[in-house]
Every structure is written in structure tokens, then in C-alpha cells.
Design a binder for this molecule. Structure first.
Ligand code: HEC
Length: 254
């Protein structure tokens, strides 16, 4: 009997109290109110534009957003003229010149977002060996999605005293394993928002995550609208069928 008790105690001490595995070190991110999460939710246009500004001024120095073209920004409420200006601020590879050398030209609306590094090796070399993932799907690709990415961006603190940090790594409460190669990317007042919103870290994180959620699923609003149409049709169809049934039975009962 004692042996069983001792066995359970040892098991509890070694496994049960969360002394080590990666899964146990995962900290649940707090839940946020996102404009796009309810069944009829849409993206908050102000947050989208501010989030794009944060991506453009901060994140895009390390993270690509490969599947987007500048012209897709019209979904965010930008006009064609504004998109032309945004695209032209980036340099993209142009045609070879007369001597066969590569050239650069200003971006056009139909160009894909410019990548910060020519290849993965160069990206790793600049980031302590770690690869800054393409952000096209990053919100969808992580458990807890938008809540996780926001918690990650705001979750940097000093490591606990007994934790040995590897060289060039930063402590983050929400990153699995807690050691991340991305330095805290946001600091208060880092971007000057075009609409005058105060740029706290919380605000910038909220906005950039809204933008990345749109980037991961630009057709979300269309999908939800379609859902509403289908449900309305089904509701109408049900009512019609009910009326037909009542009439049929009324005639039969006579
Ligand atoms: C100086 C370069 C740099 C900047 C700027 C930067 N990141 Fe990162 N980011 C990285 C690196 C490197 C990694 C990979 C970290 C690792 O695997 O340890 C990363 C990883 C991530 C991840 C994935 C975390 C995971 O769970 O795997 C997300 C999400 C992310 N960054 C979001 C952002 C956002 C949003 C911004 C802008 C506000 C940003 N990053 C700015 C370098 C950067």
C-alpha cells in the first residue's frame, strides 16, 4: 500500500507539477475583443490602417508578407492614388539593363509586398540564427490565433532569476519555451499614427494583429456575408415549407 502511495507521489512530483515540458510552459493568452470575431463581425478599418502602418514601419524590416499585393490595400479603405504612392515608396527588381545588370524600379500597385531579405539564409544571419516567419498566415497558424500574437507582442518581461537565457534571446511569457530570438519589436510612441491615436504598445499590438488577421483571411467579411445570406435563405425556405405543409394537411383532413 505504502509503495503505491510512494509511486503516486514520485509520479506527481516529477510529471504532475509542470517542472518542464514545453506544453506545460505554455501560458494561456488573455482573450481580447476583436471587431472581426463575432458571426457578423467586420474588420475595424481604422485599426486596419493603423496596423498596416505598424507592419510597414516596424515588422516589415524582418517579416515578409509575401502573398499580398499593394493593390489589396484597397480593402483597408485606401484610394487608388494612395496605393500608388505606397507602392512607389518600395523598390522592386526591374528589367536587366543594356549590360545585363539587375536594376531596381519603384513598386506598382500590382507588385507583391517587398521582402526584407533575399533568402532564408540572409534572414537567419541577421537574426541570431532564427528565421522571422512570413506573416501571411501567422495569425491562423498559431493556437489561440490573434490573442496569442497580441500577447506575444506585449509579453516581454525580465526572465525569472533561476532561468539561464541563451545568448541573444529574450524572455517572453507567451512564447513556448519562453526564449525568443525576436527582440521586443514595439516600444511606446514608436509609430506616429496618421489619425492621431496615441501609440501605446497595447494599441500598436492590437492594430497590427487586426491587420495580420485581415492579411491571413482577406475574404472573412465576404464569407460572413455569404453565411448570413445562406441562413436567411434557409429560414425563408423553412417558413415556406411550413406554410405548404399546413395547406396540404388542411386539404387532406377535410
Ligand atoms: C528585428 C527583426 C524583427 C522585427 C522588427 C520583428 N520581428 Fe517578429 N520575429 C523575428 C524573429 C527572428 C522571429 C523568430 C523568433 C524565434 O523563432 O525565436 C520572429 C517571430 C515572430 C512571430 C512568431 C512567433 C511564434 O510563435 O513562432 C510573430 C507572430 C512575430 N514575430 C510578429 C512580429 C510583429 C507583429 C512584428 C512587428 C510589430 C515583428 N514580429 C517584428 C524578428 C523580428
Amino acid at each position: 500500500m505504502n509503495k503505491i502511495f510512494l509511486g503516486i507521489l514520485v509520479y506527481w512530483l516529477t510529471c504532475g507539477t509542470g517542472t518542464g515540458t514545453k506544453a506545460e510552459q505554455e501560458v494561456q493568452p488573455p482573450h481580447n475583443q476583436w471587431s472581426f470575431e463575432s458571426p457578423l463581425g467586420t474588420f475595424d478599418r481604422g485599426a486596419l490602417q493603423r496596423g498596416f502602418q505598424v507592419y510597414q514601419e516596424v515588422c516589415s524590416t524582418c517579416h515578409a508578407l509575401d502573398h499580398l499585393r499593394y493593390e489589396n490595400l484597397k480593402d483597408l479603405g485606401y484610394t487608388e492614388a494612395q496605393i500608388k504612392v505606397i507602392a512607389s515608396q518600395h523598390e522592386v527588381p526591374g528589367p536587366l539593363d543594356d549590360e545585363g545588370n539587375p536594376t531596381k524600379r519603384p513598386g506598382k500597385p500590382e507588385d507583391h509586398f517587398v521582402k526584407p531579405f533575399p533568402n532564408e539564409k540572409a534572414a537567419r544571419a541577421a537574426n541570431n540564427g532564427a528565421y522571422p516567419p512570413d506573416q501571411s498566415l501567422v495569425v491562423k497558424a498559431r493556437k489561440h490565433e490573434a490573442d496569442y500574437v497580441k500577447a506575444l507582442l506585449t509579453g516581454y518581461t525580465n526572465p525569472p532569476q533561476d532561468m539561464k537565457m541563451a545568448n541573444g534571446m529574450y524572455y517572453n511569457t507567451y512564447f513556448p519555451g519562453h526564449q525568443i530570438a525576436m527582440a521586443p519589436p514595439l516600444s511606446p510612441g514608436q509609430v506616429k499614427y496618421a489619425d492621431g491615436t496615441p501609440s501605446t504598445v497595447e494599441q500598436m499590438a492590437h492594430d497590427v494583429v487586426t491587420f495580420l488577421a485581415w492579411a491571413a483571411e482577406p475574404t472573412l467579411e465576404e464569407r460572413k456575408r455569404m453565411g448570413v445570406k445562406v441562413l436567411s435563405f434557409l429560414a425563408l425556405f423553412t417558413i415556406m415549407m411550413y406554410i405548404v405543409m399546413r395547406r396540404t394537411w388542411r386539404n387532406l383532413k377535410k
